[in-house]
Design a protein around this ligand. Structure first.
Ligand SMILES: Nc1nc2c(ncn2[C@@H]2O[C@H](COP(=O)(O)OP(=O)(O)OP(=O)(O)O)[C@@H](O)[C@H]2O)c(=O)[nH]1
Ligand SMILES: [Mg+2]
Length: 291
């Protein structure tokens, strides 16, 4: 996982004593390593900027490991946004409504199955709203997950109003005093504008307690741009990053923290219901810059 980022950052000399670099050579190495691993140029510059106070205070001689230590601290500072992360498995409100957004194929439906199982494993009672009524096969896909996991899926006909499905699922949860409503949504409509309008409508009708953007780690800068559009148009509270088990380079996670400024709630590492885990910046840093 994150091999590219780890290899490139590992290529940065550990200290002056290992190999002397001028400040501009070090700058080039740091920025190049990050950008080649899918971090945006702006965020790579931000990392470099955050390294400055520690570099300026030091004499030419740095102890082994110092460059990587300084780099680690700089990236860790960017992940400060994680302090705002909440535990969605322990909430007071009932039913707690969670809306999932994201463009097509990022893994929304699979992630909902994973979150539903996670909540069920915590003893919570969950209902899923099959509000992707647009894509052929979408209702069937989430229904199959519901059957496998023993979780009710509220569904209407293909092509029906997604907001009405969400509304029904919430009514179902209220009537049965269920703990959670998870709303699956379409990732594609006739146009992107329609998609955004649909999301706004579902948000208005379902009044979610928490909105999650599902972002795929392989899409790199594209994923960031998509998240930014959702952020501006619909707004969301946190992020779930999928497909970390693929050859995702990982740098886009640093960009997400720096530019989207929303906490990453979970990361997904496969196609099975248990392939999900809470995200922590320490876990990420240990993978890309082992101490
Ligand atoms: N390797 C891997 N594959 C994943 C992961 N999450 C989802 N997938 C796969 O990605 C593909 C798309 O997943 P979906 O859950 O259907 O994505 P979606 O966002 O709901 O797609 P639309 O409904 O078309 O918008 C499926 O083949 C999933 O099995 C993950 O963490 N790792
Ligand atoms: Mg889907």
């Amino acid at each position: 996982m994150f091999d590219s980022l780890k290899k490139k950052l590992g290529g940065i000399p550990k200290s002056d004593s290992e190999k002397k670099l001028t400040k501009s050579e070090l700058e080039a190495k740091v920025i190049e390593s990050l950008v080649e691993s899918d971090t945006s140029f702006e965020t790579a510059e931000e990392v470099w900027k955050r390294m400055q106070p520690a570099l300026e205070g030091k004499s030419k001689k740095l102890a082994p490991g110092d460059y990587t230590g300084i780099l680690r601290n700089a990236i860790s500072g960017i992940f400060e946004v994680q302090k705002g992360v909440m535990d969605i498995t322990a909430v007071d409100k009932k039913p707690y409504v969670i809306l999932f957004l994201g463009i097509n194929g990022t893994g929304k439906t699979t992630t909902i199955a994973k979150v539903a199982k996670l909540l069920k494993d915590h003893g919570k009672r969950v209902v899923i709203a099959a509000s992707d009524t647009f894509r052929a096969g979408a209702i069937e896909q989430i229904s199959i997950w519901g059957e496998k996991l023993g979780i009710t899926v509220i569904k209407h006909q293909h092509g029906s109003d997604p907001s009405a499905v969400a509304y029904d699922a919430i009514s179902h949860a209220v009537a049965r005093k269920l703990d959670y409503v998870l709303i699956d949504t379409a990732g594609r409509m006739q146009t992107n504008k329609n998609l955004i309008e649909e999301m706004k409508k579902i948000r208005r009708v379902s009044k979610p307690d928490h909105t999650i953007a599902v972002i795929d780690a392989i899409a790199g800068q594209d994923a960031i741009n998509q998240a930014r559009t959702f952020m501006q148009e619909v707004s969301f509270d946190s992020i779930i990053v999928t497909k970390l088990d693929t050859d995702a380079k990982g740098g886009s996670m640093i960009t997400m923290a720096a530019e989207i400024k929303k906490p990453i709630l979970y990361v997904c590492t496969g196609q099975e219901p248990d392939d999900i885990m809470p995200f922590s910046s320490e876990w990420f840093l240990d993978r890309i810059l082992p101490k």
